[in-house]
Write a protein that binds this ligand. Structure first.
Ligand code: NI
Length: 170
């Protein structure tokens, strides 16, 4: 099932998710739904709070369906290594039509559990490194706009308030 994407302003996006302890069919279904919802929204990463579920799960596919092996499920992820620097445009499905330049590490290693509860480590570069950081932060209740200047963030919030008043942000 395709879930609607929760937009900025909903408190679920700024609340840390709970740790997953049951690796059952319900979790498998949720992950399948998360991939479906992410693709429907044209995204390359999605965290469970973005569909209103405050749990530590994220899905990523930086190839957007091109390579089935690129589909990644991160349960209870934590960043264990960051190296180098990259600067690039970043956006978020919960902040549609906004993009900002965000400095991130170039190479990032994440440690997470898979659908069976097995721990693994995965190292990504460039876009994948950015996705690891962005999605893991979602599960801590943190959004990418915490990395931009206060001036840019305030401007963005003003624009969003305007959209809210116009009924174009729901
Ligand atoms: Ni996001």
């Amino acid at each position: 099932m395709i879930y609607p994407i929760v937009k900025y302003g909903d408190p679920v996006l700024e609340k840390p998710g709970t740790t997953i302890t049951e690796f059952d069919d319900e979790l498998k279904q949720l992950v399948a739904d998360m991939f479906e919802s992410m693709y429907a929204a044209q995204g390359v990463g999605l965290a469970a709070p973005q569909i209103g579920i405050s749990k530590r799960i994220a899905v990523i596919d930086t190839t957007f369906k091109e390579d089935p092996k690129a589909k990644l499920v991160l349960v209870n992820p934590e960043i264990i290594k960051k190296e180098g620097k990259q600067s690039g445009n970043e956006g978020c499905l919960s902040l549609p039509d906004f993009r900002e330049t965000v400095a991130r590490a170039k190479t990032v290693t994440v440690r997470a559990q898979d659908l069976h509860g097995k721990w693994f480590e995965h190292t990504g570069e460039d876009l994948l490194a950015r996705a690891f950081l962005h999605e893991t932060e979602h599960l801590q209740g943190k959004l990418y706009i915490s990395h931009i200047s206060a001036l840019k963030r305030d401007l963005m919030k003003r624009k969003i308030r305007k959209l809210m008043r116009a009924g174009e942000w729901a």
